[in-house]
Design a binder for this molecule. Structure first.
Ligand code: SF4
Length: 63
């Protein structure tokens, strides 16, 4: 299966500038997983802009 980068970019809410992972969801997820974090799309657009991708922030937002 080929990477559907163009389609992924249409749905990506991440506003972090210059990220080489943007549009490549597997790389994005791996990058944040390795840091104990979650990708931007787990957060609301408002929270995503804080660039805090921590699990703690995710849990806070869900409560
Ligand atoms: S969520 Fe992180 S890895 Fe994914 S595109 Fe945004 S900054 Fe890059």
């Amino acid at each position: 299966m080929e990477c559907q980068k163009d389609k992924n970019l249409e749905e990506c809410i991440c506003t972090y500038p210059g990220c080489p992972q943007k549009g490549m969801c597997c790389s994005c997820t791996r990058h944040h997983r390795d840091k104990g974090e979650l990708p931007a799309c787990y957060f609301t657009s408002e929270t995503e802009k804080t660039y805090d991708r921590s699990v703690k922030k995710f849990v806070e937002e869900q409560q």
